[in-house]
Structures are given as structure tokens and as C-alpha cells.
Design a binder for this molecule. Sequence first.
Ligand code: FE2
Length: 376
Amino acid sequence: MDLFINILLLFSACVGGFLLPLTVVNRLFSWLSDSKFKAFLEVLLYLLSFIIPVWLCWAAYSQDRTILSSLSATPVLFLGIAPLWMTFAAYTCSDIFTHLKGKPVIPEASISQSTCPYQMRPEDPGIFMPAMNRIYQLDRTLLRIEIDGLNPDLRGLRFGHLTDFHLGKHCHRSFLKHAVDLIMAEKPDLIGITGDFVNFRKYMDDCFDDLAELAAPLGIYAVRGNHDYWVGADLIEQRIEALGFVLLDDKTLELHKDSHPFILSGTEQRWKKDPPDVDHFCSDSSLLKIVLAHTPDDFPLLVGHNPHLVICGHTHGGQVCFPFFGPVVVPSVYGRRYASGLFKEKESLLYVSRGIGCYPPFRMLCNPEITIVEFV
Ligand SMILES: [Fe+2]
């Protein structure tokens, strides 16, 4: 019995020690702007998430092979480990509660998914753990949203969504072209891109050469993400406009399909120093309203303006998901709440895409995706 309790205590402390630094990464880093200090802290916290469990196992093994005897000998150690157990307990309770509650039913929306894998070429760089790494298993998500009172001429409006290319060595232009080809095959009326175009400036040509193949009768619209502000917001803006795309840098437009109007807005306030200014979101209008944002953290702010749909990326779905536990690292002030998928607050829907690229190049049980939204 003692052995079982000791193993349980050690296991829960190790998992808590893994999760606690990652929780700090999730919450704190979605507020801090990018800097060398932030990058240093981030690496330190990721390292701690591995060092703490390894150190605990070593400490337990070297002191009579029991963590209980270690604790009784050193109360300071107990105080150090208690937060790890609390973290483990908080995550476990939250997961059990989420599973018991089940997925909320959103009757006006339905989702169907199919996978369109990218076929690797001999010249592509190898990937880490190819048997379980899903970075090239691109999902096509079809989200159908029924809107009460939608103008009959807008029924069937198709909106293509691409996000988080993170173009680099592994998420290279050949893979992006695969995603571009898939979205073009859907013949969307308009296309929205919600940021994080490249990981480094040197991939800018590759990225925008591929994006030049996008076309849609009602236009292509974009907002920039945190990586774009880090790489160079002005440079990204120039590239977007050079292709004839429209940068929705805190703008609202009235678009028309067969002369019937609807509203498309974009927000980038999260990455700026200015206080949020969302007055342009036309909360009084009864027209169909779609908002592009990079991060789901903007959703609670936008709900007050009654958009029908807010669509974004940023979280990459957590990239690494575990059976039962789901994702662990989600860069959001709301933790794992908006990691990916469809959500509803008041009368507004939020769709969080898992994105096309990733950073670093590893995904487990979390495929990349392109999304087609059909309004009916
Ligand atoms: Fe991203």
C-alpha cells in the first residue's frame, strides 16, 4: 500500500511539475509582448517543465526510494512540492468536469472533417518521430452555420479560412501550396487569413509567392498575428497589399454578394500598445457580421458587438494533445478553454482553427487544418 501511495504521490508531483511551468507560459506569455527577455523566460520555463519531473524522480530514488520519507525529512521540500500536487489536482478536476459536462450543443452549426494528407517529396526535410507526427495530415473542415433571418441571397455564402502558416524549414512552401490548392478547390466567395505568415523574414518570398495563387470573387482579407509583428508588421503589410489583398487592420467593410450587404471586420489591437478601439464593429447593424482576429483571446471583447462569427487561429490547437487530457500548451489568457473548435457566447460563434503550420514542427493528435464556412 505504501509503495502504491508513494508511486501515486511521485507521479502526481511529476505531472504537476511538468504542467506548472507550462501553465505560466500559457497565461503570462499571451500578455507579454515579444522581447529577448520573454524568449529567455519561455525557454527557461520549457526547460523547467522537464527538469522538475526528472529531479523529483532522482530525489525520490536517492532518498530511500520514497518521496514520503524525503518530505518528512525536509518540510521545505514539502512546501515546494505542494503547488505541483495542486496543479495536478486542478488539471485533473478540470478534465473530469469537462468530460462529464460533454461538448455543448450548438444547434445552428454543424462540422464535418476529412483529411487530405500532404505527400512528402524526397527533397523535403525529414520530420521528428514521423510515425506519430501529424504536421502534414491536413484536415479540411466544413463548418455550416444556420443564421436566422439571413437574406436568401446570402445563403450558401462560402468563406475560406487560412491561418498560421509559420512558413519555415518544415512548414515549407510546398505544403502551403497544398493548402492553397485545397482552399481554391472549394471555390470560396471570399477568403480570410488570420496571421502568422512566416517564422523568419527569409521565408517571405516563398510564402507570398504561394499566396499569390489565391483568388476569390469577393476578395481576400487578412489580419496580422503576433509573429508578424515580431518579423516586421510593415513588411508583411507591404506584401499583403502587393498581392491586392486587403489588410483589415482594425477596419470594418461592407461587402456585397449579388448586391446584398454583409459586414467583415478585422482586429489587431492585441498586438498594439493602443487601448482597444472596437467601435467600428457596428454593433447596431443587423447584417451578417464576420470578424477576423488572430487570437481567441479577443472573443469576449468582441461578443459585446454581436458578431455572428469570429474566426481565428493562434493556438495551433495546442499542437500536442494527449488522450483524455487534450492539449497542454495553449498560448491564451484563457488557458485551454479556446484551444480549437467551435464555441458560443450569447448569440456569437467563435471558430478557432488549428492552423496550417506549427512552431516547433511537431503535432500529436492535432492535425493542421483549412476551414470552409458556409452560411445557410
Ligand atoms: Fe501561430
